[in-house]
Write a protein that binds this ligand. Structure first.
Ligand code: MG
Length: 247
């Protein structure tokens, strides 16, 4: 028999389990997906909720519920300029979110006018998507910025036309009795590089103004921005942040 734990060790402070407790529940098994390789998208882990798998846009709508007007091509969705933002039918709160994106290979525009899109968590909180490869703009509007609030730690952009990977840990704000109890926090990794480590948000994204929280539902759709540029997305999934207090 392998030694799978101890029953004579001290209890871990604040925990019902001993150090190396043999009776402590095993972690749930999740089978990892395949990583993205060049032009091949990655695949989701076994317990992910898939928001876009390259086959259709059935899970996405315009803000008024009409069908999403973006282009579906080669297993990707591409912004159809001026067709409007699109959002998931599914609503969710705190999560681990993954998505892959590619900026237009043909360089058009500058500053905020080049490869602009956005990942709007809960439709309100934007993680900026922008082609910042040799394209300066204001720091709190660069790729991976919490738009209008905080620049990323570094510029980790790949060249336009290359696929880039976002991994985001989103902690939704908590409201009670129409008051803020806990603000939102976000951790953002772009192309394997840390941009934000549990950064606190001041409120929903605004343009040219400061912000503060307004109470809203605990779950909301994920929204992607049409800023007029043909940004492409693929392999979008999330995993709810649950069970964190139960291990
Ligand atoms: Mg944007």
């Amino acid at each position: 028999m392998p030694n799978t734990g101890y029953n004579d060790t001290p209890y871990i402070p604040g925990s019902p389990y001993r150090v190396h407790d043999g009776d402590r529940p095993q972690p749930r098994i999740v089978t990892p997906g395949a990583p993205a390789t060049g032009d091949q998208p990655g695949t989701p882990p076994s317990d992910a909720i898939v928001l876009f798998d390259g086959k259709n846009l059935d899970g996405w709508t315009k803000h008024d519920g009409e069908p999403a007007g973006w282009k579906l091509e080669d297993g990707c969705m591409e912004v159809a300029p001026r067709s409007g933002n699109i959002r998931t039918r599914r609503e969710f709160g705190s999560c681990q979110l993954h998505l892959e994106l590619s900026e237009p290979a043909e360089i058009i525009g500058e500053s905020q006018g080049r490869g602009n899109s956005g990942i709007f968590l809960m439709t309100l909180y934007e993680i900026q998507v922008l082609d910042n490869y040799n394209n300066p703009t204001y720091a709190d509007g660069t790729m991976g910025a919490i738009y209008g609030q905080c620049p990323p730690l570094v510029n980790a952009c790949r060249k336009p036309g290359e696929w880039q990977m976002y991994d985001i840990i989103w902690e939704a704000p908590v409201f009670a009795d129409e008051k803020l109890v806990t603000p939102a926090y976000v951790t953002v990794i772009l192309n394997g590089i840390l941009l934000h480590h549990r950064r606190e948000l001041q409120g929903p994204t605004k343009h040219r103004e400061t912000t503060c929280y307004t109470p809203h539902a605990a779950e909301a759709p994920l929204e992607l921005q049409d800023h007029g540029d043909r940004v492409r997305f693929r392999n979008i999934w999330y995993r709810p942040l649950t069970g964190y207090d139960q291990v």
